[in-house]
Design a protein around this ligand. Structure first.
Ligand SMILES: [Mg+2]
Length: 311
């Protein structure tokens, strides 16, 4: 992918996050967003991006520095404790499972790969929401096993249950197929085949059925009423893919995502790369990008990453 297109994908995800922040966890149908607004769910001005983007910036910078997994957890800690990687120096939205992992690392000195809570009820979307840039790193990695291992390593820093790992893997494999030129329908079919390659006895293969609905042929035709929007990793991935499958263009797709109700900043953040790679001719809406707070910090990390992985 061209450098400018990668930058567009990264910026679109951040814009999607900020679009959704004012409606985070609001009830579907109780509001209607038509653009970038402030306040609402958080006392934050328009253009405030949240943990999704902050932790994505940590990942981007870590990859640029070729840092260790411990280094990445250090960055997460600096985000949560000191407000680094934020629009205005304040972390206003930190997920429980991510915070738990950072404490495990910072206070209890648990090895990075064991910091993620492995409990079944710790399957939130906190790893999924930051993982998309790995797709560019893995775009030329021909080995599925290698892609899986790297996905697992980055996910388990905060989310140790195999369902969260499989969620990240399905998402990154979808992006992998899109980057290879497939459309999203074909990508879903390809990923379904890829998943059959998981060792059938592994804990990961046992979690594939959790994503069965997403991988059914007519998932696109699900009714809105059947799309759940909690912070559960399965719900978030389903909602994001459903939006991307049904969107006619980037802008309306992002608005559909943030108007679903529920954990919409993350749903929109996860949907954004699916939409932006599927519609490479559509730039991040300029009127939204211009409202984003602390654009220099975003670009300070996103531009060199795009240059590193772009054609
Ligand atoms: Mg958030």
């Amino acid at each position: 992918m061209k450098t400018a297109q990668i930058l567009n994908v990264l910026r679109t995800a951040a814009v999607a996050d900020a679009l959704g922040v004012p409606a985070e966890m609001k009830i579907r149908g109780s509001y209607q967003l038509t653009g970038m607004t402030g306040n609402g769910s958080w006392p934050q001005p328009a253009g405030s991006w949240s943990d999704d983007t902050s932790m994505t910036l940590c990942l981007l910078q870590n990859i640029l520095e070729q840092g260790t997994y411990e280094d990445l957890l250090d960055k997460f800690e600096h985000y949560m404790m000191f407000g680094d990687w934020t629009p205005r120096g304040i972390a206003f939205d930190v997920g429980h499972t991510c915070a738990h992992a950072v404490r495990q690392h910072a206070i209890n000195h648990v090895p990075a790969q064991q910091c993620g809570d492995a409990a079944e009820n710790a399957n939130g979307n906190g790893a999924l929401m930051r993982i998309a840039p790995l797709a560019f790193v893995l775009a030329n990695q021909p080995s599925v096993a290698a892609r899986f291992a790297i996905t697992k390593a980055y996910t388990t820093l905060t989310h140790g249950h195999p369902r969260a790992v499989v969620g990240s893997f399905i998402y990154l494999e979808l992006l992998h197929e899109l980057l290879a030129g497939q459309n999203l329908v074909a990508a879903l079919a390809a990923v379904k085949v890829t998943l059959t390659g998981l060792n059938p006895d592994s804990a990961y293969a046992l979690e594939v059925p959790a994503y069965q609905r997403l991988l059914t042929e007519n998932f696109q035709n699900c009714q809105l009423a059947d799309i759940r929007t909690s912070g559960y990793v399965v719900d978030t991935l389903e909602a994001a893919v459903w939006v991307a499958l049904n969107a006619t263009d980037l802008r309306t797709g992002l608005l559909q995502a943030v108007n679903l109700g529920g954990d919409v900043d993350t749903i929109a953040t996860v949907a954004a790369p699916l939409l932006a790679i599927s519609h490479p001719e559509q730039p991040v809406p300029a009127d939204w990008w211009q409202v984003m707070i602390n654009r220099p910090l975003l670009d300070q990390v996103m531009v060199p990453f795009a240059q590193k992985y772009g054609d």
